[in-house]
Design a protein around this ligand. Structure first.
Ligand code: B12
Length: 221
C-alpha cells in the first residue's frame, strides 16, 4: 500500500467508524515511514470534520459520530507517545478540562498530547467538569494555566461561569486562562474574560509558552 492509499484508507475508515481498520492502517502508516503529523492532519482530523458536516446536513446521526470519534481516539492512543516524545523539562503546569455538560474530548486530548510533547506537566480533569472542580483543582495543583474546552454553543457559556467562580474564589490573578473548542472564537473568548484562545493544538502550545514567559518576566520586573 502506498502512503497515499493509507491516508485515504484512514480517512474512509474513520468516516465509517471502523476502529480496528483505523488502528491497523495507523500502524501500517508508521511502519511505512509516515509521520504522526500527516496521519493526524491529512487523514484523521479532515475525516472527523466531514463527519461533523454530514451530521449537520442530517446524513449522519449521533451513533455514527460516536463510532467515528472512537475510531479516531484509537489512533490517537498510538500516536500519543510519538507526538509527545521530546521529553523536555517541565515548562509549566497546565490544568485542562472539558466544561460541564460537554462530553467532547478529542480536541482537548490532542491539545494535551501536544502540550506534553512541548514539556508541560498536564493535569487532565476529563469531561463534564463542574466549576467547583476547576476551583478545587487550582487550589490543589497551583497550575500556571487553566484550559477549558467546549464543543457546543450551549456549553460555551460555562467558560464565563467557570471564570466567575475562579474569580470569586480569589484565584483569578494566579492563573492564565485559555479556552478553545470547535465553535469558540477569539471574540467569544475575550467577551467571557479568558486571557487567550487558540483554534488548534499547535497554536495552543505556542501561546501557552509565550504567556508563561511573559508572566515570568513581569514577575521578575
Ligand atoms: C465526535 C463528535 C461527537 C462525539 C464526541 C466523542 C468524543 N469523545 O469527543 C459524540 C457522539 C459523543 C458527540 C455528541 C454530541 N455532539 Co458532537 N461532534 C463530534 C464531531 C464530529 C467531532 C468533534 C471532534 O472531536 N473534532 C476533532 C478535534 C480535533 O476538533 P478541533 O476543533 O480541531 O480541536 C482543536 C481545537 O478545537 C482546539 N481546542 C480544543 N479544545 C481546546 C481547549 C483549549 C484550552 C485550547 C486552547 C484549544 C482547544 O485544539 C484542538 C486540537 O487541534 C463534531 C464536528 C466538528 N466539526 O467539530 C460534532 C459537534 C461538535 N457535535 C455537535 C452536537 C450537536 C452534538 C450533540 C448535541 C448531538 C446530540 N444531538 O446529542 C452531542 C452532545 C453531547 C454532549 N453533551 O457533549 C455539533 C455542535 C454544534 C454546536 N455548534 O453546538 C457538532 C459541531 C456537529 C455539527 N456540525 O453539528 N459528538
Amino acid at each position: 500500500m502506498t502512503n497515499e492509499e493509507i491516508l485515504k484508507g484512514l480517512y474512509d475508515e474513520v468516516m465509517i467508524g471502523n476502529g480496528p481498520a483505523v488502528i491497523e492502517l495507523t500502524n501500517q502508516g508508521l511502519a511505512n515511514g509516515l509521520g504522526p503529523e500527516p496521519i493526524l492532519f491529512e487523514a484523521l482530523i479532515p475525516s472527523l470534520e466531514e463527519v461533523g458536516a454530514r451530521f449537520e446536513r442530517g446524513d449522519y446521526f449521533v451513533p455514527e459520530m460516536l463510532i467515528a470519534g472512537r475510531a479516531m481516539s484509537g489512533a490517537l492512543d498510538i500516536l500519543r507517545p510519538l507526538l509527545a516524545e521530546t521529553g523536555a523539562e517541565t515548562v509549566g503546569t497546565f490544568l485542562m478540562g472539558t466544561v460541564k455538560g460537554d462530553v467532547h474530548d478529542i480536541g482537548k486530548n490532542l491539545v494535551n498530547i501536544m502540550l506534553e510533547g512541548a514539556g508541560f506537566h498536564v493535569i487532565d480533569l476529563g469531561v463534564q467538569v463542574p466549576p467547583e472542580k476547576f476551583v478545587a483543582a487550582i487550589e490543589e495543583h497551583k497550575p500556571d494555566i487553566v484550559g477549558m474546552s467546549a464543543f457546543l454553543t450551549t456549553t460555551m457559556p460555562m467558560f464565563k461561569a467557570n471564570i466567575h467562580n475562579i474569580t470569586k474564589a480569589g484565584l483569578r490573578e494566579q492563573v492564565i486562562i485559555m479556552v478553545g473548542g470547535a465553535p469558540v472564537t477569539r471574540e467569544y473568548a475575550e467577551a467571557c474574560g479568558a486571557d487567550a484562545y487558540a483554534a488548534d493544538a499547535a497554536t495552543a502550545v505556542r501561546l501557552a509558552k509565550e504567556l508563561i514567559a511573559e508572566r515570568r518576566t513581569l514577575a521578575k520586573a
